[in-house]
Design a binder for this molecule. Structure first.
Ligand code: GSH
Length: 233
């Protein structure tokens, strides 16, 4: 067990893919923590007071308060180094950060934009863009240089944790926007390998729950902060 484990407090929401990243990381580290579920549709005023962006995940460890899932996960990687989830060498860590940046800035916004879009022509344009990005992930991420099974090869890393929650939710894009992962066999294999991990199995939610919870994104009525920001992204 890790030294700081007892004082870790995570504010999370079951459906949130960003918070999912951190719950998976804490499971991979074997860290005990206090989980506080926040109702995103009825966010308590006290939570808005402590969350600078008004979003989950938010992490508290002793006097430290950290937000933004990618930053939280790097913070936890530094404070709970065992087992290591980043490459040992600087170039490897740079590569990991490039993929985490790709997830956050090239992939995730298109996941949301396509889901939120109501105009059929624009949906088609966004689907083309999303498929380009999936193609990049398939051919560069899982190209000839990567023997797998993980995003960076033999080592399971924060990169796997950054992407996975959005692929667990990919059923939403398949159902509402008819984008399939069938054209991306190596990504599909990676997803199958992820599904074997204890951490993933312990936190997995059923597809029909995601379809219900993302219905307001798909029909354009989602009014939360994240939906607004992703529309504008
Ligand atoms: N970039 C942030 C995104 C976090 C985020 O968007 N969280 C959503 C839930 S999935 C949230 O709390 N949204 C508040 C709202 O929609 O009002 C991160 O990586 O942590």
């Amino acid at each position: 067990m890790n030294d700081k484990a007892d004082s870790i407090r995570l504010y999370s929401a079951e459906v949130c893919p960003f918070a999912h990243r951190t719950r998976l990381l804490l499971a991979e580290k074997g860290a005990a923590y206090e989980l506080n579920e926040i109702d995103l549709k009825n966010m308590p005023a006290w939570f808005r007071d402590i969350s600078p962006y008004g979003k989950v995940p938010l992490l508290e460890v002793g006097d430290d308060r950290v937000w933004e899932s990618a930053v939280i996960n790097e913070y936890l990687e530094e404070t709970l180094p065992d087992p290591p989830l980043m490459p040992a060498d600087a170039a490897g860590r740079a590569n990991a950060r490039i993929w985490i940046d790709y997830a956050n800035n090239y992939f995730v916004p298109y996941f949301y934009k396509l889901l939120l879009e109501q105009d059929a022509n624009r949906q088609e344009e966004l689907a083309v863009r999303l498929r380009e990005r999936l193609g990049h992930m398939e051919t560069v991420g899982f190209g000839a240089g990567n023997p797998g099974p993980w995003w960076l090869g033999a080592q399971f890393t924060l990169v796997d944790l950054s992407f996975y929650p959005f692929f667990e939710r990919f059923c939403v894009l398949e159902h509402y926007r008819h984008v399939s992962l069938a054209d991306y066999p190596r990504l599909f294999d990676w997803l199958q390998a992820m599904g074997q991990r204890d951490s993933v199995q312990a936190h997995q939610l059923a597809s029909d729950l995601y379809l219900r919870r993302y219905a307001e994104y798909a029909n354009g009525t989602a009014a939360g902060k994240t939906a607004q920001e992703m529309r504008d992204a």
